[in-house]
Design a protein around this ligand. Sequence first.
Ligand SMILES: [Zn+2]
Length: 331
Amino acid sequence: MAAKQASSKWRLVPDCISAGWNLVRMPGKTHRCPLPPADDRLLELESELRRHVTVLADEIGERNVRYHPRELAQTAEFIAAEFTDAGYTVQRQEYDVDGTTCVNLEVEIPGATMPDEIVIIGAHYDSVENCPAANDNGSGVAAVLSLARTFSDSKNGRTLRFVAFVNEEEPYAHTEQMGSWVYARRCRKRGEKVTAMLSLETIGFYSDQPGSQKYPPPLGLLYPSTGDFIAFVGNTRYGQLVRQVVRAFRQNEQFPSQAGAMPNVMSDIGRSDHWPFWQEGYPALMVTDTAPFRYPYYHTPEDTVDKIDFERTARVVRGLESVIRALVKIA
Ligand SMILES: [Zn+2]
């Protein structure tokens, strides 16, 4: 008996290695630098992203219910105006938090052949206290605005929605007052069939310095230590979505990317607006530069426009255009 016990104990080692390998094994290969030259379209996208992040971080600044509700409302108006300018009719989902009206903003392109199947691209627009939040999450909001404009007259099989969420940050994160949870609950209540949700969360900071990328343990053993990539973070339940998304990204954009479908016990994987969609039983993932695991200015007054690498962010956004095309299917 003892010998058998010993051998089954040792069998655990390859079992763990193969389980870990399954989490990180993804289709395609990450692109290695150098990046291809920028074309006109990329430069245009870059300047659009810069313009949006500048409004959010420089002109508006800190935006949240507790300390800067006026700026939070101003941000919602800016986003609504941009959506409208891109040709959409904006739907507002309003709810009350301690006497302040909070709002999620939604625009939609109904699908031509599979209108009941819905793809959602979202980002939160609030900020933490004492932080202009250029990267977290001005970068994600700017990406949503640019993508919404790009797809405004597209014809797709599935319904495509772009949503700006309020109240992702503390003290609302993972509570009933989190904007994306208010929204995801409504989707569930209405019986909507969300086939994919992508949370664009802090996507603007990149570094070529060795050692610039950190991880919650034990991921450092499995992933690179240079923070020059975009990450696609999902859970094991919806690993299929992670693989579909990273495959489309890698096939179309020459930019470093990493991906994983992790077990939910790794709580860091749930730190954004995709998490409420998981709670409601919808496939979702986070697109991120990994925020606190790379960005030295995370949640500080130094999260400013000059820290954002707009050219690399534009490449990520261009890659996401291909991802969205794959998710919504051509009509
Ligand atoms: Zn944050």
